[in-house]
Design a protein around this ligand. Structure first.
Ligand code: SAH
Ligand code: SF4
Ligand code: F3S
Length: 469
C-alpha cells in the first residue's frame, strides 16, 4: 500500500467555505489523502478562497506568492507538490489565475469540487486543470449542488448545507455570480445527513446557505418544503439538542419560520439577519428590495413569537452616494433594534457588480470615520448584551476542553463562549451554568448546583444507569 499523501487546506470567507473545505477533505480521504496542519510537508495544498471584498481576494495572490517558494523547495527535495485554488475567487477569476500564477495546478469552482480526484489525475497527465462549470438543471428544475458521499462528524456541532446560491442580486455583491442561482437540496438528503451526524455524537446542527431562508426543497411528500417545515422535521431527530440556520434575508422570512421559532425549543433564539443600511434610499440603491421599516416589522414578528430572541447583522458603510444623513439613519436603526453583535464593513467595489459602475462618493477618511462610529455603537450593545448574562443561569452546550487545564468550553444559545471547571465527560451535554463574570467576549461560570458533582460520584451514577439499578 502506498503511504498516505498529505493535504493542507486553507479556507477564507463564509461558513459555506468552511463546510466545503471539510467536504473536500472527506472526498479526498478515499484517494489516500490525510490532512496536515503544515504546508511544508503537503503533497496537495488547497486554497479555498473568498471573493466578497477586495482584501479577501487579494489574499489569494499573496498566498500563492508564498507557496511558490514552498513548492520549489519540495521540488528540490524530489517531491511533487500540487496547488489547487478552490472557492469563489476560482469561480470569478479562474482563467486569470491560470495565467497569472504558474504555480497553480488546479482551479476548481465551488460547484465542481466533487471532481477534485479527476482534476488531480488530469493535472498529473496534462500539467494543469480548470473547472468552473455550474451544474445543469434536472427535469424538476432542481440544480444539484455537489452531494457529499460522507459527512464526517467533527465534534459536537456541525454545519449542513441545505441551499446554495442567491437570486437576490444586491448591487454590491459577487455571490450570485460566484455561487450561481439559488438551489435547494431535497429534504430526504438533509434528513439522512442529520441522522448520520446525530448517530456520531453531533448535538447541534447549523443549516447553512447563502440565503438559507429562501430554502424550497423537494419534500418526501412531493410538496415543496420551506425552511420552517424543514426545521420542524429536524427537531424530531433524536439526539439533536440545538438547531440554527445562517444566513437569512429579511425578505424571505415567512410565517413557517416565525412559527418554528414559536414552537421549537431546539431552535435557538439567535438569528443573523443582515440589513446593510438603515436608509431607504441606500437600501434601494443596493437593490435590497426592503426598506428599514420592513426590516423593523420582521424583527417585531420574531420577537412576538419568541421573547428571548436576539439578533446579529451585517452592515456596509460608504456605499456610493451614502450621505451623513443616510449613515445617521443606520445608527438610528441599530439603536432601535439593539443587537447582540454585528459585522460591519467598508464598501468594496467588486468587478462585474452593478455598484462597481456607480460613482464612489464617500472618501476613504469618511468611510473610516463612519466605520468607527458604527463599530463603537455595536460594541457597546454587544458588551451590554454579554454583561446582562452575569448572575443568570443559562443552558450551555459543551464542545471541547478549553486552553486552560481543567476548563471545558461550550456555547450559550446566543453563541457566547462559556467556560467552566468540570470533568471532560460533560462534552456533548447541554447543562445549566450560572454565569459569574465576563472576560472580553467569554463568559465564566459554574455548573448549576444539581450538575456540579465531583467526577467520582458522576461515575457511580452512570454505572447505576448502565446496570439499570
Ligand atoms: N449570503 C450572505 C453573505 C453575504 S456576504 C448574506 O446575504 O448575508 C456577507 C456580508 O459581506 C454581507 O452581508 C455584506 O455586509 C458584506 N459584503 C458583501 N459584499 C460587499 C462589498 N462589496 N463590500 C463590502 N461588504 C460587502
Ligand atoms: Fe449577496 Fe444580497 Fe445574495 Fe446576500 S442576499 S448573498 S448580500 S446578493
Ligand atoms: Fe466569500 Fe464566496 Fe462565501 S465570496 S463570503 S466564500 S460565498
Amino acid at each position: 500500500m502506498s503511504p498516505p499523501r498529505k493535504l493542507h487546506i486553507k479556507s477564507y470567507g463564509c461558513q459555506m467555505n468552511v463546510y466545503d473545505a471539510q467536504r473536500m477533505v472527506d472526498m479526498l480521504a478515499p484517494e489516500g489523502f490525510v490532512e496536515t496542519a503544515s504546508v511544508d510537508d503537503a503533497d496537495l495544498v488547497i486554497l479555498n478562497t473568498c471573493h466578497i471584498r477586495e482584501k479577501a481576494s487579494e489574499k489569494v495572490y499573496s498566498e500563492l506568492g508564498r507557496l511558490r517558494g514552498v513548492k520549489d523547495e519540495a521540488a528540490r527535495n524530489g517531491r511533487r507538490m500540487s496547488i489547487a485554488v478552490a472557492g469563489c475567487v476560482a469561480q470569478a477569476e479562474g482563467a486569470e489565475i491560470i495565467r497569472r500564477a504558474p504555480v497553480v495546478d488546479i482551479v476548481v469552482g465551488p460547484q465542481s469540487y466533487h471532481h477534485l480526484p479527476q482534476l488531480l489525475a488530469r493535472a498529473k497527465s496534462h500539467g494543469r486543470a480548470l473547472e468552473t462549470e455550474f451544474p445543469v438543471q434536472d427535469k424538476f428544475g432542481f440544480l444539484a449542488p455537489p452531494d457529499p458521499e460522507v459527512i464526517r462528524a467533527r465534534g459536537v456541532s456541525s454545519f449542513v448545507t441545505v441551499q446554495e446560491g442567491c437570486d437576490k442580486f444586491c448591487t454590491f455583491c459577487v455571490v450570485p455570480y460566484t455561487r450561481g442561482a439559488e438551489v435547494s437540496r431535497p429534504v430526504a438528503k438533509i434528513i439522512d445527513d442529520v441522522l448520520r451526524l446525530a448517530d456520531n455524537g453531533v448535538r447541534e446542527i447549523t443549516l447553512i446557505g447563502q440565503n438559507v431562508n429562501a430554502y424550497h426543497g423537494e419534500g418526501p411528500d412531493g410538496r415543496i418544503w420551506s425552511l420552517g417545515d424543514l426545521l420542524r422535521r429536524l427537531a424530531e431527530v433524536p439526539g439533536i439538542a440545538r438547531l440554527r440556520y445562517s444566513t437569512s434575508h429579511p425578505r424571505d422570512v415567512d410565517d413557517t419560520l416565525i412559527a418554528a421559532h414559536r414552537d421549537l425549543p431546539a431552535l435557538m433564539p439567535f438569528v443573523h439577519l443582515p440589513v446593510q443600511s438603515g436608509s431607504d434610499r441606500i437600501l434601494a440603491a443596493m437593490n435590497r428590495r426592503h426598506g428599514a421599516d420592513d426590516y423593523r416589522r420582521v424583527i417585531d414578528r420574531f420577537r412576538a413569537a419568541r421573547q428571548d430572541i436576539a439578533f446579529s447583522s451585517d452592515f456596509i458603510v460608504g456605499f456610493p452616494s451614502e450621505t451623513e444623513e443616510d449613515f445617521v439613519a443606520t445608527l438610528a436603526l441599530v439603536r432601535q433594534i439593539g443587537y447582540a453583535g454585528a459585522y460591519s464593513f467598508k464598501y468594496s467595489p467588486r468587478p462585474g457588480t452593478p455598484a462597481a459602475d456607480m460613482q464612489e462618493t464617500v472618501s476613504a477618511a469618511e468611510m473610516d470615520e463612519r466605520l468607527v462610529r458604527l463599530q463603537e455603537l455595536i460594541d457597546s450593545q454587544q458588551s451590554a448584551f454579554n454583561l446582562a448574562a452575569i448572575g443568570s443561569t443559562v443552558d450551555v452546550l459543551f464542545e471541547r476542553a478549553a486552553r486552560n487545564p481543567g476548563q471545558i468550553v461550550g456555547r450559550t444559545a446566543y453563541l457566547q463562549p462559556a467556560h467552566v471547571m468540570a470533568p471532560p465527560d460533560i462534552i456533548g451535554q447541554v447543562l445549566p451554568v450560572t454565569i459569574a463574570s465576563l472576560e472580553r467576549y467569554s463568559l465564566l461560570g459554574e455548573l448549576a448546583a444539581a450538575h456540579a458533582r465531583p467526577a467520582s460520584s458522576r461515575m457511580a451514577d452512570s454505572s447505576q444507569m448502565i446496570t439499570g439499578a
